[in-house]
Ligand binder design. Sequence first.
Ligand code: TRP
Length: 451
Amino acid sequence: MAARGEFSSRMAFVLAASGSAIGLGNIWGFPIKVASNGGGAFVFTYVVLTFLLAYPILMAELIIGRHAKSDTVTSLVKISGSSTKPLAFLTGYWGILTASLILSFYAIVAGWMIAFGLGSAAELLGMNEFKEWLTSFSLYRNLIFVSLFYILTIGIVANGVASGIEKWSTRLMPMLIVLILALIAYISTQNGAAEGWRVYLQPDFSRILNPDLLISALGQAFFSLSLGVGTMMVYGSYISKSENLPKLGATVALMDIGIAFMAGLLVIPAMYVAQANGVTIYNEAGALIDSDGLIFTVLPALFKTMGFAGIIVSLLFFTLMTIAAVTSSISMLEVPVSHAQESHGMSRKSASWAVGTAILATSIIIVFNFGTLFGLVIDLTTKYSEPLIGILFCIFAGWVWQRDSMLKELEQGSPDMQNTLFWKIWPTYVKVVCPVIVLAVFMHSFGLLNF
Ligand code: TRP
């Protein structure tokens, strides 16, 4: 077996894990869910659930991963006793399947980002018909750009952790942040923005326990931090033993929430500005006309108000979004690939191409049956699979793994662990509180439990 890779520094891990966390989920998924679930109430519930649930589960993944230093299936098996091994296999493979299915829809949206970026380039060159084609929904456009996105993703993963994943994750994030902030400043000069901010920032507290809102916020909290498939477990396995894990995890979680929050500050007002400019967003029943296409409608409408500069801004924005999507998609593909490599003896290169091509085939099936499959795969993986696997991870961290062994793992990199607030709260918390909350939200959404 080839020597395992490791992130070269703390900064490299934080950037790679944030690169995984920050992606289409923050800038495409989060604003759509805010807009479909009544604004501020969703934002509030999402933030609470991230602190209450997502951060503790992120820690469970990172700690198990760094301890076992293997792919997800092997990691879970390593901390199991003989009676829990079957559960370890089940959980590991369910995670691998979920990661692959998430990539299969994610890559389609990422392909749209590439197409819109190229669309701006085409506009700059005066190729207006080509731009029109690139930015309109069509079978061929979707097929071409989803394939292109896979080539990018597979190419990077094939090169391995240090040279592939790290290099890409460490650069362009700051640029994306600066661009979003600049766009927020710009939008504040536009008609309608104030109404958008009011909707975004003023929660209607009577809605926060709404079952649909809750389960959607739960899924979003897991998705946004890349939880519940093993991505963070694999990334954890590449962290050096000298790092303080709770701090690393907190940094990643805060960056992720921060970017999602900023994206909302941009996209929600952009909806109202677009409306003020005559773009229809809600239908008569008050539902979003095209929720998947939300940011592909309202942001281009915003860029248009900037005249020529808007074409450049659009080019920059969609290029950065493509990169943000790549640093996330590589972390999804890494889950099956690291398993194929470490447990089935494949070389990284052939594992990346074989697994990547199989998942591309799944994407192509979705593209051909977009209306039926796209939303279905998203719901199955993000609303149900991720939280359920997350709970299984909690069960492994809280019930299966020996507490002493876990403490020893945490003490590497933070020798004083036993006296920290983290150690006083977290072990019991993942053992009991996290599973109970997730279960309660599930039962509530199926009407089995009322609160
Ligand atoms: N968190 C990423 C985003 O917000 C997506 C992502 C990357 C992901 N890896 C994952 C989601 C693993 C679920 C599981 O865009």
